[in-house]
Design a protein around this ligand. Structure first.
Ligand SMILES: [Fe+2]
Length: 256
């Protein structure tokens, strides 16, 4: 099982502060079933000025420590870029996910569609593939899921929308569809399925999954979460939903 989004490197962002803390998180992730982890610290100008060199060195150091501790996890470099107005300068020397062309990016909560669109275009023009982190947490990236039961049926009759039930009835907002058309892929947070980020994010995550909107999943682990609880519940919930999880846990887009 591959984790495409994880704040596991020590002393680099709001992830663990010490190597020991990183090792503890890695042990928990291994026990949950992960075998490969992309270490994706934040890159936010003025807050986390992380360079690809920092990430590569951090990954090598932590990988050695995990081997010594007997934890069989393969670490890979990555970064989580913030799509703000300063973002284009980061494309001079970007750090994609491992040897892929995927660039993990997050839309700031305050960003408007135009800013996201402009940045995405720059990524595509640089020959990279934008992988949007946890779209279910972003207000710009809506997905409509028909409500089940009598209320949903009534709503469908009154509005004439979402006539069919099931996966075919999921509708991505025009902006999500536009980003998909530009070549964007989407990464879901496992904790979203457990309601860790609220009901709306949980409903949107189920919608993205049902509509085939995700290309991969990530833990988005930070030390301030109870990983056993958050990810254990999220993985269990994912088991109960349709959506082709195997491809998401071992995504083709990251194949060597
Ligand atoms: Fe993150």
């Amino acid at each position: 099982m591959i984790d495409c989004h994880c704040h596991l490197l020590p002393g680099i962002d709001d992830g663990p502060e010490t190597l020991e803390e990183s090792i503890g998180m890695a042990r928990a992730l291994r026990q949950l079933g992960f075998t490969e982890i992309y270490c994706t610290p934040h890159s936010i100008p003025g807050m986390y000025e992380t360079s690809p060199q920092d990430v590569l060195e951090g990954v090598a150091r932590l990988q050695r420590a995990l081997t010594e501790a007997g934890i069989t996890l393969r670490l890979r470099p990555g970064m989580e870029y913030y799509l703000d107005t300063f973002f284009p300068s980061r494309l001079v020397n970007p750090q994609p996910l491992g040897s892929s062309r995927l660039l993990l990016v997050e839309a700031p909560s305050w960003a408007d569609a135009e800013l996201v669109r402009r940045n995405v275009l720059q990524i595509v023009q640089a020959g990279l593939v934008p992988l949007i982190a946890h779209p279910e947490r972003c207000h710009l990236l809506r997905v409509d899921v028909p409500r089940a039961g009598v209320l949903g049926e009534l709503g469908r009759m009154l509005t004439g929308r979402g006539g069919a039930r099931g996966a075919g009835a999921v509708r991505f907002s025009p902006f999500v569809a536009e980003l998909q058309g530009m070549g964007c892929l989407f990464q879901g947070n496992i904790g979203s399925f457990a309601g860790r980020y609220g009901r709306q994010a949980s409903q949107r995550a189920a919608g993205f999954l049902a509509g085939g909107g995700y290309s991969c999943l990530g833990s988005d682990s930070h030390p301030f979460y109870n990983l056993d609880e958050m990810l254990g519940e999220g993985l269990k919930k994912l088991e109960s939903l349709d959506g082709g999880h195997d491809q998401l846990y071992r995504p083709a887009v990251l194949a060597d």
